[in-house]
Design a protein around this ligand. Structure first.
Ligand code: AMP
Length: 235
């Protein structure tokens, strides 16, 4: 696996891969990798001639009071995991490489980026869409892989690709979970044992909603109420 730090080198590698007629699969991440990330990389490995993973903790998608400074990092461990998942190139640019000046160009989506998570994290999906667009221009992938865990993010990226006619196939893969059902996430490392115990209620609420729908209940409010009841069982 080759480590790439600069945009110029990454673009040159991508250009020559394309020149050789090779397909490129991209897996964008923020690092502190777990099985969820690795499942994307392994799938990219199966479907492409070359696999490029990126690790970049993107400042423009963090709000001023969010966890940018303390976001977990493990460069050496991540490098090993990428290598074992079959990644060919690991693109890990410094912040000054991606944003040499105060960012002034953004990809902004109306509607979809402002609801749900977007409504409580203003600017978050603008940062995500902007950095993913930049990565697409740097890595020139044929296919890019994202996790269904971040469902709204997938919808935003698909909408961006459609709206800007980007020539990339967006592939969304299922959520990888811990043995008890909690979705794997780099941020789970913030949880102490007590919080970790409580977090599983999210999965239980989702399952309860799913069961109701499978049993034929189609009124959103009934499903919502059931899920709320499950969530409220946690003190
Ligand atoms: P992140 O490093 O959190 O920005 O995630 C990078 C990519 O991995 C995103 O497309 C996520 O949706 C995906 N991802 C994160 N956690 C999981 C998981 N548990 N299962 C599947 N994909 C995931």
């Amino acid at each position: 696996m080759k480590n790439v730090k600069t945009i110029a080198e990454m673009q040159a590698v991508a250009e020559s891969l394309r020149w050789e007629g090779k397909t490129i699969g991209l897996v964008p991440t923020m690092g502190f990798l777990h099985e969820g990330h690795l499942s994307l990389m392994r799938t990219a490995r199966e479907g492409n001639d070359a696999v490029i993973a990126s690790i970049f903790v993107n400042p423009t998608q963090f709000g001023p009071k969010e966890d940018l400074a303390r976001y977990p990092r493990d460069e050496d461990g991540d490098r090993q995991k990428c290598e074992s998942a079959g990644v060919d190139y690991l693109f890990m640019p410094p912040v000054a490489e991606m944003y040499p000046e105060k960012p002034s160009v953004f990809v902004d989506l109306e509607g979809i980026a402002c609801m749900l998570e977007g409504s409580i994290r203003p600017g978050h999906f603008r940062g995500v869409a902007t950095v993913v667009a930049k990565l697409f221009n740097i890595v020139k992938p044929h296919r890019a892989y994202f996790g269904q865990k971040d469902y709204q993010q997938c919808a935003v990226i698909k909408r961006m690709v459609r709206g800007l006619n980007l020539d990339v196939e967006v592939i969304v893969l299922p959520t990888v979970r811990e043995a008890d059902g909690l979705a794997m996430s780099s941020r789970n490392s913030y949880l102490d044992a007590k919080q970790r115990g409580k977090a599983i209620v999210l999965f239980h609420a989702l399952k309860a909603g799913e069961e109701l729908i499978r049993a034929g209940v189609h009124e959103p409010e009934k499903v919502r109420q059931k899920m709320r009841d499950v969530l409220l069982t946690v003190e």
